[in-house]
Write a protein that binds this ligand. Structure first.
Ligand SMILES: C[S@@+](CC[C@H](N)C(=O)[O-])C[C@H]1O[C@@H](n2cnc3c(N)ncnc32)[C@H](O)[C@@H]1O
Length: 293
């Protein structure tokens, strides 16, 4: 340090460039880091704990909601022991386990080894016949047909337009005649409520990112034209720096219907959520049921 309290040029330069990089606004969906978030040894442990806490809506929704959701889908789509169901991004199997209780043929896909391990052990303990595949659902196509495809907790919103298009085309191929896709998304009301801000915190989120001490920087950006937001996390440890990009695409029922049509699907019904509650245009999320066109 000089006598004026100014850091040596190289030191200040590197801190400056780290902060520049932390604050940089990239092109929408230009980086995909979902795997870093969900499969890292440390963060996947935190995520699993959130999934399994039935009293909070983090990673998975509360137990009561999941019960209502599976009850509603069972009635609405007349699910029975003959139904074939696949859940993409199944996590620890909270929905798949309930579907398997109907005696249905159930398949869950997730790239979190920790969640899939938990799901398999739960199925074994409870004598549930469920196929679990540890895979990236953007690259995985099972050789089977399904009467119901689910993707729950707004996972669809984390994907780029190209990823979403590929996914819906894949889903269409997997659908039986008369089969349904159920997914939920963030709405434009959520986009309106989203703020652009920057902040940092030591051991941000109570050690969520690492067991080692760290500084967590968050810079949130909005993309008005695309109706996209980004929460960019820069995690700085003593010997490691990571960036995790959490993208959110926000939809109207019309914009989602347009994506469905482009993939040979149509939106059959719009609801408030995947428990079949009535659609509310002011709410921050909504859910749709899609069928083949
Ligand atoms: C928000 S959680 C929702 C879990 C589950 N649908 C629920 O509601 O209980 C998203 C899940 O999707 C998984 N996931 C995210 N991106 C994925 C990808 N590209 N391939 C496979 N799984 C993915 C994560 O590991 C995580 O388990």
């Amino acid at each position: 340090m000089s006598r004026f309290g100014i850091f040596h040029f190289m030191e200040s330069d590197s801190l400056f460039s780290i902060l520049e990089s932390a604050n940089e606004k990239p092109a929408a969906f230009s980086v995909y880091t979902a795997k870093e978030l969900w499969t890292d040894e440390h963060t996947s442990k935190q995520m699993l704990a959130y999934h399994l806490d039935g009293d909070i809506d983090v990673s998975s929704r509360r137990t009561g909601f999941i019960d209502d959701s599976v009850r509603w889908m069972t009635q609405c789509f007349d699910l029975s022991s003959n139904s074939r169901i696949i859940d993409f991004g199944c996590g620890p199997g909270l929905y798949t386990s309930r579907f398997a209780n109907l005696g249905a043929v159930v398949h869950g896909v997730d790239f979190s080894a920790r969640s899939i391990r938990y799901a398999r052990e739960f199925a074994d303990r409870n004598d549930l016949d469920i196929v679990y595949t540890e895979a990236d659902y953007l690259e995985y196509t099972p050789e089977a047909e399904f009467d119901l495809i689910t993707m729950i907790m707004c996972d669809y919103c984390a994907l780029s337009p190209e990823q979403r298009s590929g996914l819906l085309i894949n889903y269409r191929e997997l659908l039986s005649d008369g089969g349904r896709i159920v997914l939920d998304v963030h709405s434009l009301s959520a986009f309106a409520g989203k703020k652009e801000e920057v902040f940092y915190e030591k051991n941000q989120l109570n050690g969520f990112w690492s067991a080692e001490p760290y500084y967590g920087f968050v810079s949130s950006h909005k993309y008005d034209e695309e109706k996209v937001s980004l929460d960019k996390y820069t995690i700085i440890e003593r010997r490691r720096r990571r960036e995790v990009y959490n993208w959110f695409q926000y939809f109207t029922p019309e914009s989602l219907a347009q994506e469905a049509r482009a993939a040979g699907l149509e939106v059959e019904a719009v609801y408030a959520d995947v428990a079949g509650n009535p659609y509310d245009s002011g709410a921050t999320e909504f859910a749709v049921v899609m069928t083949k066109r």
